[in-house]
Design a protein around this ligand. Structure first.
Ligand code: ADP
Ligand code: MG
Length: 725
């Protein structure tokens, strides 16, 4: 690139000076209206009522809401807030907020700051401009936001503007979910109910609630903002639609865990400071495999909070990057042929006494409990592998799943050798007796060792057991993790229930409950075998083997999304009151439509880039070459050897022609697809007919990139974007 290559790395070392250092423990959570603040600011009886409402999932009376709202407003004013906003998560996958000022006129020319319980508890944003999948007709555009008491309100600073944000659920006028939080909260409740019932069946007396815990590891790229703004594909779609791989990529394996560049460290520090203020326990930061790729991971939290926090992490990465003149790319595959970004969602279940149900225990009873919840999860993943696959389906993630650094589109479960051995023993009947009094010999001295020794983690597995949690690794970096957690919670709730039914049926004739549990485990282990795979998921052999086992392998989003509208899925989500059939169908449609829109945006960018940037640059160079050939000939006559220039000229002209023709073909195919009225079919057509043509077009452009004068090439190249920072 013309100008940017002359800028040295040192000039780009953008340093933000810090005034003073304050230990994190002194300001962690200072921008949240958390339990500690509520205890301090609220009268004792009000605080108790609020806590009861949060813990028991009961509604709040109007008087209490008024007192809480007042205290919240006073606190927010101290923080400099002028506005409040109901903060919600519509089906766009990101967050939304509508700001209202606290000011309230009381007399001509006079205002006071006011915030009522009603304003806290409920909002009525116009819902007509959010994706609804046909649920909400525009003439009934009203939507409701309802305060989610379980996630603390927080302060959002943006430039000099400060806003009190209240996490809310977003529903239609008729009470249908228009967001990700509503079904998430329902799925949390469903899982809790099923898991508590199972614990009771297993003889645990004091379990009241089971939570799902989440630790999402977020991957992202950072590039210099100057480059970012020179690429409309990055600005508008988040992904480079053309661009050749750099001479050096990640082959030296020197990036992963490498020492972090100064500019990036400063950025990370700033991000973490923002997150700490919001009470987000950012813990780990490191360089990822690809050049300019990084990861941030918080300590795990309860699912609802963790999901709100992941949204805030993504927002903060984007916002703070700008301050550092960087662009944070959260797309799953910003650079072709370079590793993409995922989000490893670590998931487990814990009861209200903080016992992790997926933690192998030290006592026989703990072990039984562990095995039940472990097998229930594996069973759910097997039974609904198609639903889990659909939950990670997006246009962006299609570029990643099945590529060489990401798990394939085939869902399988990794348990590791030790646990597999335990399951083998149970299935083979090596474990014969299981009385309540006896130590259960699982063929391994203590299952506790599993969590300690499970170090041979299979990095290729889409769903891996890693000691005391499952790690769902097929999730895309830009996705809202609510989608997968809703699915996971619901399918696991069902498997827990179905296993409980079987245990109860057996327990009638078995001497004790443990024997019944073992009988059920034995048959369930046999049932789930096909989903278990400890080998390398990246190989062709696995793809063939998975096919033999009958595991689904949907490679594109449109076909994968079909799994959400099968009777099996519709019945399941309705039975657990997570999503009604209407709600699920509308969601599926939203995802299909989103795929179409994402793809079509890229097609338009690709067209613009080819016609208005690449071809003009190539034609200019073509002219230069042609003129050079003519000039050489007229200077030297027939003695001029111009064969190399002529060859180059022909190559360039051929590529220009191929680019023009293929681009035309892409547009024609989009037009054909556009004429199809069924959205599902349209999306499938775009995936099968248009996407491969876009890839072909890219090949021509990338070849041309290697032939054209660097001074003339109109786009920042990969080596610049990935290495100059
Ligand atoms: P990795 O080797 O995959 O990076 P880490 O130990 O760094 O593994 O953990 C990754 C994430 O898993 C962190 O966010 C961590 O808090 C989370 N995690 C740890 N234990 C649990 C658990 N029981 N449930 C859910 N998430 C957990
Ligand atoms: Mg991990």
């Amino acid at each position: 690139m013309k100008k940017t290559t002359t800028i040295t790395a040192a000039e780009r070392n953008y340093v933000i000076e810090k005034e003073k250092f304050v230990p994190v423990s002194q300001y962690f959570g200072e921008d949240t209206f958390n339990t500690k603040v509520m205890k301090e600011k609220l009268p004792k009886n009000i605080f108790k009522k609020l806590m009861d409402a949060i813990n028991e999932d009961t509604p709040l009376d109007a008087d209490t809401a008024n007192v809480v709202a007042h205290a919240m407003k006073e606190w927010a004013l101290e923080k400099g807030a002028t506005h409040f906003a109901h903060w919600f998560q519509p089906m766009t996958g990101i967050t939304a907020e509508k700001h209202d000022a606290f000011v309230d006129p009381i007399a001509p020319g006079e205002v006071i700051e006011r915030f009522s319980g009603k304003q806290l508890v409920q909002g009525e944003p116009d819902a007509s401009s959010f994706p609804s999948g046909g649920i909400r007709a525009t003439f009934e555009a009203r939507g409701y936001t309802a305060w989610d008491m379980s996630s603390p309100a927080f302060i959002k600073r943006n430039g000099i503007s400060t806003t009190l944000c209240i996490p809310t659920a977003f529903i239609s006028y008729t009470g249908q979910a228009l967001d990700k939080k509503t079904p998430l909260l329902r799925s949390i409740r469903a899982l809790s109910k099923s898991a508590v019932a199972m614990l009771k069946l297993l003889g645990v007396k004091n379990a009241k609630k089971v939570m799902s815990n989440l630790g999402p590891e977020q991957e992202y790229f950072l590039i210099d903002m100057d480059y970012f703004y020179k690429r409309q594909d990055l600005v508008l779609g988040g992904r480079t639609v053309v661009g050749a791989p750099p001479p050096k990529g990640q082959e030296l394996e020197d990036q992963y865990f490498g020492s972090i560049k100064e500019r990036i460290s400063s950025f990370m520090h700033d991000v973490e400071e923002e997150l700490f203020k919001l009470g987000i326990p950012a813990k780990t930061r490191h360089n990822e495999v690809a050049p300019s790729q990084y990861e941030i991971a918080p300590v795990y939290e309860e699912a609802n909070l963790a999901i709100d926090h992941n949204q805030l992490v993504m927002e903060t990465l984007r916002g703070v990057a700008k301050k550092h003149r960087l662009a944070a790319l959260l797309h799953e595959k910003p650079f072709a042929k370079i590793n993409g970004s995922g989000k490893h969602v670590n998931w487990s279940m814990a009861d209200n006494n903080d016992n992790n149900l997926l933690n192998p225990g030290t006592t026989p009873q703990d072990n039984i409990q562990f095995l039940v919840f472990l097998i229930a999860t594996v069973r759910a993943v097997y039974k609904h592998a198609d639903i889990l696959r659909a939950s990670v389906a997006s246009y962006g993630n299609d570029h990643r799943l099945g590529a060489n650094e990401a798990p394939p589109a085939i869902i399988s479960v990794f348990l590791g050798d030790q646990l597999t051995q335990v399951l083998d023993n149970i299935e083979k009947g090596t474990v014969l007796k299981a009385t309540n009094a006896e130590i259960i010999d699982l063929g391994i001295s203590s299952l506790y060792q599993v969590s300690k020794d499970n170090t041979d983690r299979n990095r290729t597995s889409p769903f891996a057991f890693t000691g005391n949690k499952f790690e769902f690794r097929a999730v895309g970096s830009a996705q809202s993790i609510a989608t997968q957690v809703i699915a996971l919670n619901t399918i696991v709730a069902e498997s827990i229930d179905e296993m409980a039914e079987k245990i109860k049926a057996k327990a009638k004739d078995a001497k004790n409950i443990n024997q019944a549990v073992f009988d059920v485990l034995k048959s369930e282990i046999k049932y789930v075998r096909p989903i278990l795979f400890n080998g390398d998921n990246y190989t062709k052999e696995w793809e063939a083997e998975a096919k033999r086992r009958g595991l689904p392998n949907e490679k594109t989003t449109p076909t994968a999304l079909r799994a959400l509208v099968t009777d099996k899925a519709l019945d399941l989500f309705e039975k657990y009151e997570v999503l009604s059939k209407v709600e699920l169908k509308s969601r599926q449609l939203i995802h299909v439509e989103r795929y179409i829109k994402d793809l079509e945006i890229e097609v338009k960018c690709l067209n613009n880039i080819c016609i208005t940037q690449i071809i003009p640059a190539a034609v200019a160079y073509q002219k230069q070459l042609a003129e050079a050939i003519n000039a050489a000939k007229s200077a030297l006559g027939s003695g001029a050897v111009v064969s190399s220039q002529a060859e180059l000229l022909k190559k360039i002209m051929n590529l220009i022609n191929s680019i023009y023709a293929t681009n035309k073909d892409v547009l024609a195919k989009v037009e054909t697809a556009e004429a199809v009225h069924d959205e599902q079919k349209k999306a499938e057509m775009l995936a099968s007919k248009v996407k491969p043509k876009m890839d072909e077009l890219r090949e021509y452009v990338d070849e041309l990139e290697g032939l054209i004068d660097d001074e003339t090439w109109p786009l920042p190249k990969f080596w610049e974007m990935l290495f100059i920072c």
